[in-house]
Design a binder for this molecule. Structure first.
Ligand code: F6P
Length: 323
């Protein structure tokens, strides 16, 4: 397995000090992703594929056997490259790999795991930071400190969306020679689009601003938005984000009044910060409803955050209701 990095990535000026370490890390993650995609493709042929592992992660979510297995695959891959610390959504604490190395990597090894046994796209999200003084300080920081962020999607295609702060690229795994090849050099999210994604089963728990915006969407051409707004909700962040990168739209996982959802559902470090970096670099916006996600400072490893991202003008409209 290898990656044919674009010439822009290969001489990446946004990574002056860490170019080689980051490239090696991405290559190792791509190799791990290729293994994970094989497991996903075998689905129920793989023993205990979607079965519960009998354990819970630090957020209390039930882990599936594949969550645990993918975390092991990512950990093994990161041990072979210049990474000092690994923070995983599946682990309570940071894992020290080799303190002398320059990078720190955070990952949600298997995003969308409630879709595992349904043959729907799932993925792996990652964020790469320069190592700081301590393991904690390497992750408890703002999203603008990321050197690189990306996600793999295990779907009809196995793909990698990635940014190092100089645009967002899409690579697709070519199964004929097992190489990730550049498919889109410059992803671009249109400023205006007519699609929204939210889990509408939570309507009664939302605050007035989210209800107001979703009502506008539902009123379509008869409402203030003046056009039909289509709805999509895959339930895998990577798949919803990938669609928005391809044709625009908005994703909302707001805070709500259910117990444990006061700050939304998604994790700032493993999900929102890397996806926000990718989205902004493709011309979109990413916010918690008030503040840019990349400027939010992480206080605890598994902190949750309301997450609203996508086409600039759609996100702006939600923020208008949030004022
Ligand atoms: O955190 C994981 C996740 O599965 C995301 O991939 C997805 O966007 C979200 O949770 C779905 O949440 P819900 O099941 O509440 O709609």
């Amino acid at each position: 397995m290898s990656i044919e990095f674009s010439s822009k990535f290969a001489k990446n000026l946004s990574l002056p000090k860490h170019q080689q370490s980051v490239s090696a890390t991405i290559t190792a993650l791509a190799s791990a992703a290729e293994q994970i995609s094989q497991l996903c493709a075998r689905g129920p042929l793989e023993s205990a594929f979607g079965a519960l592992a009998g354990t819970a992660n630090s957020d209390g979510d039930q882990q599936k056997a594949l969550d645990v297995r993918t975390d092991e695959i990512i950990t093994a891959a990161l041990k072979t490259v210049p990474v000092a610390y690994y923070a995983s959504e599946e682990q309570d604490d940071i894992i020290t790999l080799d303190e002398s190395q320059p990078l720190a990597v955070a990952s949600d090894p298997l995003d969308g795991s409630s879709n595992i046994d349904t043959n729907v796209s799932i993925g792996t999200i990652f964020a790469v930071f320069p190592k700081a003084e301590t393991a904690e300080a390497s992750f408890l920081r703002v999203g603008t400190d990321q050197l690189c962020a990306g996600f793999f999607v295990y779907g009809p295609q196995t793909s990698l969306v990635i940014t190092t702060g100089d645009g967002t690229e899409l690579y697709v795994l070519d199964r004929t020679d097992n190489v990730f090849k550049l498919a889109i050099a410059e992803m671009h999210i249109p400023e205006d689009a007519h699609e929204f994604a939210i889990n509408a089963s939570n309507t009664r728990h939302w605050d007035a601003s989210i209800r107001a915006y979703i009502e506008e969407c539902q009123h379509g051409e008869a409402g203030p938005l003046g056009a039909k707004q289509n709805m999509r909700w895959i339930g895998s962040l990577v798949a919803d984000a990938n669609r928005i990168l391809m044709r625009g739209g908005i994703f909302l996982y707001p805070e709500d009044d259910r117990n444990g959802y006061e700050h939304g559902r998604l994790r700032l470090l493993y999900e929102a910060a890397p996806v926000a970096f990718i989205i902004e670099q493709a011309g979109g916006s990413a916010t918690d409803g008030h503040t840019r996600i990349l400027e939010k400072s992480l206080k605890t490893l598994h902190q949750r955050i309301p997450f609203i991202f996508g086409s600039k003008n759609q996100v702006k409209r939600v923020m208008y209701h949030k004022r």
